[in-house]
Design a protein around this ligand. Structure first.
Ligand code: CTP
Length: 385
């Protein structure tokens, strides 16, 4: 397994000081699959204060960059070590206490056993540890599940999902993104416990849903687990052929495909740009587009990018080909593209409170092909208005 140098030197320094240290979780899973991990997490027998002492402001030999340690989550045992400027989360081997809110443990305690740390994790494929000196530690069969493409909870699925209900969506997300199957007992538990998702913050739910939707198997996963989706988006509809066709399109198109009127999404918490784009797609979804001028008017009203998204959502190839022509020919569809502007209108003696209307009329005339988009022709036409 290849570990980037910045993470390997964190593990190496902990080991040299006599502690156990392992890369753990998503980075091991992704590397074994040949995917590039988002980040590198380390689990260690060192207590947080020991990690802090070992890394803070340490200058390395041979001109290597110093480490820096930041106590980002000390109560949960996490210290962020900056190594060559890259963050590595170093967390002490942990046993979680009771979970009463389905979100996080009421308390955590530290342990000296790697296996105890791995058993509290969500899925077998996320419960593997690797160290360059000691190799792979995989007490729950994560590598076999990874090879077979299975999402399976570590231990009792009911317990795992009751501890942190977000794991219900994480299971669906991994199945969708990796193209994996969810093991039967895990699937039964997550369906039965889906109501616990109501306790999870809308931000965390939205972030997981976004990743799930963009995954390669989103359509299949959502159709198999529709009750989970309607738990978080009651009005959502899973149109399998539509979602399949839309794979690879922007998140906003995928969200619009789930929700007939877009208002449902207000229950979740996406950024305002995402919400307004989805609302716009919902609003324009059935707008007639039967000729090129209709498409020009659409571009004028919502812009080229949103127009393209709308056509993909509708699967309207004819309208999309008109849009491509409009783009390729640089057809004028906005006042900004007109060969004249407010200044020319003023010098024609048009009163300033009328200029907006005149420019609108010029734009329409150009779009309809009644006047060429040229300065003299437009000025002449404006004088007749
Ligand atoms: N984990 C868990 N339960 C959660 C979240 C995380 O048990 N609800 C554990 C898993 O072992 C996971 C690790 O913490 O692998 C790191 O979690 P995170 O960084 O959120 O996700 P990754 O699994 O690393 O996946 P990705 O980075 O692709 O989101």
């Amino acid at each position: 397994m290849e570990i980037p140098a910045y993470a390997a030197r964190v593990v190496g320094r902990l080991e040299k000081a006599g502690y156990e240290a392992w890369c753990v979780g998503g980075c091991v899973r992704d590397t074994l699959m040949g995917r590039v991990p988002n980040d590198w997490d380390v689990t260690t027998s060192a207590l947080p204060e020991q990690t802090l002492a070992l890394f803070d402001g340490v200058f390395c030999a041979d001109g290597e960059k110093p480490f820096k340690a930041v106590p980002t989550g000390i109560a949960h045992g996490t210290v962020t070590v900056l190594s060559c400027g890259q963050p590595v989360e170093v967390t002490t081997y942990r046993v979680d206490g009771e979970y009463t809110d389905c979100r996080r443990p009421d308390s955590v305690s530290f342990t000296s056993s790697l296996t105890e740390d791995l058993v509290r994790r969500d899925f077998t494929i996320n419960a593997m540890a690797y160290s360059p000196t000691a190799g792979l530690r995989d007490p729950y069969g994560g590598a076999d599940d990874l090879a077979a493409g299975i999402i399976r909870c570590v231990g009792d699925p009911v317990k795992r999902f009751s501890e942190d209900a977000l794991r219900i969506l994480r299971a669906l997300r991994f199945a969708s993104v990796l193209g994996f199957t969810i093991d039967d007992a895990t699937a039964d538990a997550l369906l039965a416990l889906r109501g616990l998702l109501d306790k999870i913050s809308r931000e965390r739910v939205s972030a997981e849903l976004a990743k799930l939707l963009c995954g390669r198997d989103a359509a299949a996963v959502l159709s198999r687990f529709t009750p989970v989706l309607t738990q978080i988006l009651p009005g959502a509809v899973v149109d399998v052929p539509l979602l399949t066709r839309l794979h690879g399109e922007p998140l906003t198109t995928l969200l619009a495909a789930l929700s007939a009127d877009g208002s449902d999404l207000l229950r979740l918490r996406f950024d305002s740009r995402t919400c307004s784009r989805v609302a716009l797609l919902a609003r324009e979804r059935n707008r007639p587009l039967s000729c090129k001028l209709d498409v020009k008017c659409l571009c004028r009203d919502i812009g080229h990018d949103a127009a393209r998204e709308l056509m993909r959502l509708r699967g309207d190839r004819k309208a999309e080909s008109w849009l491509l022509e409009i783009l390729a020919d640089g057809d004028c569809v906005s006042i900004a593209q007109l060969a004249v502007g407010g200044r020319e209108m003023l010098s024609l003696g048009i009163p300033s409170n009328k200029i907006g209307n005149v420019l609108d009329a010029l734009l329409n005339a150009v779009m309809e092909g009644r006047v060429p988009n040229e300065k003299s022709a437009l000025e002449e036409f404006a004088a007749t208005l």
